[in-house]
Design a protein around this ligand. Structure first.
Ligand SMILES: Nc1nc2c(ncn2[C@@H]2O[C@H](COP(=O)(O)OP(=O)(O)OP(=O)(O)O)[C@@H](O)[C@H]2O)c(=O)[nH]1
Length: 331
């Protein structure tokens, strides 16, 4: 099964939400033919064969307002929804469009917004490349590290994992399971011990082993932001004693089911860590997938990968066109 097909299947909640919204919007004031004096958007070849008589709605202020509401309802955020709506209006105002045409226009617009931020995790010549993984508890950090470790290992890279959330025994155990499965060493420390010291030991081991990649899990307790900030800063300070250029990436893992809350998580984590890229998980379980569009539009941070399930293969590089099509349910 191609990843696009899988993405479409898994993101059905988001695409249903937008798709049903668009259908309702067009049906609310649909006319099968353009009224006299109004120019219709000319359907393409396929449209002329299959869809020339599909219901259409006049693109006017009321329609655009409804479109904006559909996009806001899919967690795209007000600013992004307004911008996308304005761009859809361009060249279409006063014409009639079908749901199919709207979907295609939306997919194009979303692809355009996402294209500049779609960048795989950069791989540097530096060995080991140190990747610090941050994010709130439950966002999917541990799972993402496990999936990344497995995928890099399968691609022939040697990987070391540091289970830096030393306050959560369950997170450490979960990483050990992923590590065993992937054949990747997982460095742990006693519960409650200093994560910076673990990070130091892990970098020492990764350097001694000649590892390609060191993935460091971190705690995600935002309840005490000052403590977390100090903890992350200390990890970075200590890593730099061994490698002044570390960490080479700081990945922020976000849970799509939190919708617009992910926006404030980016704002907070950018203040407490030097976030270099995003991974969005759980796009399979939510109708709030539109939040990724607003993150791209608002922050311009690279989006490296998306998670659409709990298995190794369910983490994939971010492809803007596939994502846009899956989000709007375009065939
Ligand atoms: N459906 C789905 N579930 C996911 C995905 N990524 C992670 N999960 C699940 O989300 C839950 C939380 O993931 P963890 O990886 O434990 O999250 P964490 O950020 O490490 O959380 P803590 O260990 O609490 O710090 C787990 O049950 C994962 O299996 C995804 O892309 N899709």
């Amino acid at each position: 099964m191609s990843f696009l097909k899988k993405l479409r299947d898994r993101m059905f909640r988001s695409s249903d939400k937008i798709g049903e919204g668009l259908e309702a919007l067009v049906a609310a004031d649909a006319a099968p033919e353009a009224a006299a004096g109004e120019s219709a958007v000319k359907p393409g070849l396929l449209g002329r064969i299959f869809g020339a008589d599909e219901p259409r709605r006049l693109v006017d202020d009321a329609m655009l307002e409804s479109l904006e509401d559909v996009l806001i309802g899919a967690d795209m955020g007000v600013e992004t929804a307004t911008r996308v709506t304005a761009n859809i209006a361009e060249g279409r105002f006063g014409k009639r469009v079908s749901t199919r045409e709207l979907r295609a226009a939306l997919a194009d617009e979303i692809t355009r917004i996402m294209q500049p931020v779609a960048r795989p995790l950069p791989i540097y010549a530096q060995r080991p490349q140190v990747v610090l993984v941050v994010g709130v508890n439950g966002s999917g950090k541990t799972t993402t590290i496990g999936k990344l470790a497995s995928q890099f290992k399968a691609a022939g890279k040697s990987v070391v994992i540091a289970a830096g959330d030393t306050f959560r025994a369950a997170a450490v155990e979960q990483l050990q399971v992923w590590g065993e499965r992937a054949g990747v060493p997982v460095l742990t420390a006693p519960e409650g011990s200093d994560p910076a010291s673990l990070a130091f030991d892990a970098l020492t081991k990764a350097q001694a082993d000649g590892a390609d990649l060191l993935l460091i899990d971190t705690a995600g307790r935002l309840q005490n932001r000052a403590d977390l900030m100090e903890e992350l800063a200390k990890i970075v300070r200590v890593l730099r004693k061994k490698d002044p250029s570390a960490p080479h990436n700081t990945l922020l893992v976000l849970d799509a089911t939190t919708g617009q809350n992910a926006v404030s998580q980016v704002e907070i984590f950018r203040k407490i860590a030097d976030v270099t890229g995003l991974v969005m998980t759980k796009l399979d379980g939510t109708a709030k997938g539109g939040v990724l569009v607003s993150l791209a539009d608002k922050f311009g941070l690279p989006i490296h990968a998306i998670g659409v399930g709990e298995q190794i293969d369910d983490l994939a590089p971010f492809d803007p066109e596939d994502f846009a099509k899956a989000l709007v349910g375009q065939e």
